[in-house]
Write a protein that binds this ligand. Structure first.
Ligand code: F6P
Length: 319
């Protein structure tokens, strides 16, 4: 393999730049040329493609977002869009592609794989919802952003003796809610992987109040419902006043943590190694701190699993 491409797609996540840097530097180290495909699959279709040099990825390891820009691309879901993408790759003589992104991006990589084009997926999303890896690039940074917010909200919740409802991202996965709720000492965590019972929530809250607890933090994963919707139900059930905080897109930005930078560097370099070994149609992941790779088509058929033991623990510790 003499020339590869790299793109970022879907929701950006902190650490994507570190992954792009690793792909570029590892490839050049191995005498492989690298082309950056800008604006995700949109740029692949339109041919927004430029050669990247060692210096193109200088000074980005610590930056959030993605220097390649990103997009959600409807056209690439169609056969025609995919064909246009393949034609661009051929035009530029790009023999293999690294796709950094989440579920939607992997669907694109899967489509290219089915068309016989060598593609390697690198999991980059704050949602941590990709099967076959314990962690995705950006999850740790987003988690720390959420915890920072919870800590701040806790100060005002305590001062005003209020119940706060904090809505966090995660799409259909509860990882960000669970990890931040556990690390932030939340009284209640609602995740899409479990059906919540309002009676239980109220019961726990009352027991806490009887012991003198005057404030409460409830984390709601967006995959369950909106924070405002839950607040309405909660007030109907308890008659209590609440405040809602929707953290939104700040969760996707910011300087990547050391952990995300290291993970991204390892993933990016391994993706290049796989392409060099002629292993297309793979996705990289991490399990028990070891890099793994797996069939991208098989993996997408699987379900990401949340750590239910941790969920149980969060309930035990927040009595
Ligand atoms: O997948 C990342 C993510 O931030 C999800 O957590 C969220 O549901 C979604 O993207 C928001 O997407 P957009 O930026 O298109 O509003």
């Amino acid at each position: 393999m003499k020339r590869i491409g790299v793109l970022t797609s879907g929701g950006d996540s902190p650490g994507m730049n570190a992954a792009v840097r690793a792909v570029v530097r590892k490839a050049i180290y191995q005498d492989i040329e690298v082309y950056g495909i800008y604006q995700g699959y949109n740029g692949l279709i339109s041919g927004n493609i430029k050669k990247l040099e060692l210096g193109s990825v200088g000074d980005i390891i610590h930056r959030g977002g993605t220097m390649l820009y990103t997009a959600r691309c409807e056209e690439f879901k169609t056969k025609e869009g995919q064909q246009k993408g393949i034609e661009q790759l051929k035009k530029y003589g790009i023999e293999g592609l690294v796709v950094i992104g989440g579920d939607g991006s992997y669907q694109g990589a899967k489509a290219l794989t089915k068309l016989g084009y060598p593609c390697v997926g690198v999991p980059g999303t704050i949602d941590n919802d990709i099967p076959g890896t314990e962690f995705t690039i950006g999850f740790d940074t987003a988690l720390n952003t959420v915890i920072d917010a919870i800590d701040k909200i806790r100060d005002t919740a305590t001062s005003h003796e209020r119940t706060f409802i904090i809505e966090v991202m995660g799409r259909n996965a509860g990882d960000l809610a669970l990890w931040s709720g556990l690390a932030g000492g939340a009284e209640t965590i609602l995740i899409p992987e479990d059906n919540y019972k309002m009676d239980d929530i109220v019961d726990r809250l009352k027991k806490g109040q009887e012991r003198g607890k005057k404030h409460s933090i409830i984390i709601v994963a967006e995959g369950v419902m909106s924070g405002n919707e839950f607040a309405k139900q909660f007030t109907e059930a308890t008659g209590m006043d609440t405040r809602v905080s929707v953290l939104g897109h700040i969760q996707r930005g910011g300087t990547p943590t050391a952990s995300d930078r290291v993970l991204a560097s390892r993933f990016g370099a391994r993706a290049v190694e796989l392409l060099m070994d002629g292993k297309g149609g793979r996705a990289v992941g991490i399990e028990k701190n070891k890099l793994v790779d797996y069939d991208i088509i098989e993996a997408l058929g699987k379900q990401h699993e949340i750590n239910l033991n941790m969920y149980k623990l969060s309930k035990e510790l927040s009595i």
